[in-house]
Design a protein around this ligand. Sequence first.
Ligand SMILES: Cc1cc2nc3c(=O)[nH]c(=O)nc-3n(C[C@H](O)[C@H](O)[C@H](O)COP(=O)(O)OP(=O)(O)OC[C@H]3O[C@@H](n4cnc5c(N)ncnc54)[C@H](O)[C@@H]3O)c2cc1C
Length: 99
Amino acid sequence: MTLLGDAAHPMGSAMGQGANTAFEDARVLAHCLTHSATVEEAFTNYEKERIERTTIIQTRSAEGEKRYYQTNNSQQRNTDIDFNDWLYSYKPFAGAIAI
Ligand SMILES: Cc1cc2nc3c(=O)[nH]c(=O)nc-3n(C[C@H](O)[C@H](O)[C@H](O)COP(=O)(O)OP(=O)(O)OC[C@H]3O[C@@H](n4cnc5c(N)ncnc54)[C@H](O)[C@@H]3O)c2cc1C
């Protein structure tokens, strides 16, 4: 058994990433099911690819409300720019399996 979408990583609302990450999950899971020898291997590869990324996004979403009240200094802006680049340039299996 495996999980995707809100069942796997319920998100806070601050970043609007709940549905987006559910679509990413579905795309990666479909790829893994197509390119793995067994369902178990597919689920393992899928979870390896998705858990770290969705944990980061889930944590940032949970912190999102607090971040609205942080000082808008240049270090904060740089962090957000780096994070947004990472968030929106996702290439599943980058450096391993092309998707
Ligand atoms: C107000 C609001 C605004 C949002 N805005 C955004 C946004 O701007 N951007 C964004 O990316 N995300 C947003 N989200 C989050 C997004 O809606 C969810 O993250 C996304 O819908 C999760 O998709 P899912 O398929 O995992 O779950 P769901 O969409 O919840 O789908 C689960 C489905 O399973 C069904 N179900 C439940 N139990 C059973 C059962 N026992 N048997 C059969 N079926 C069952 C449910 O009826 C439902 O249709 C928002 C959410 C809310 C509430």
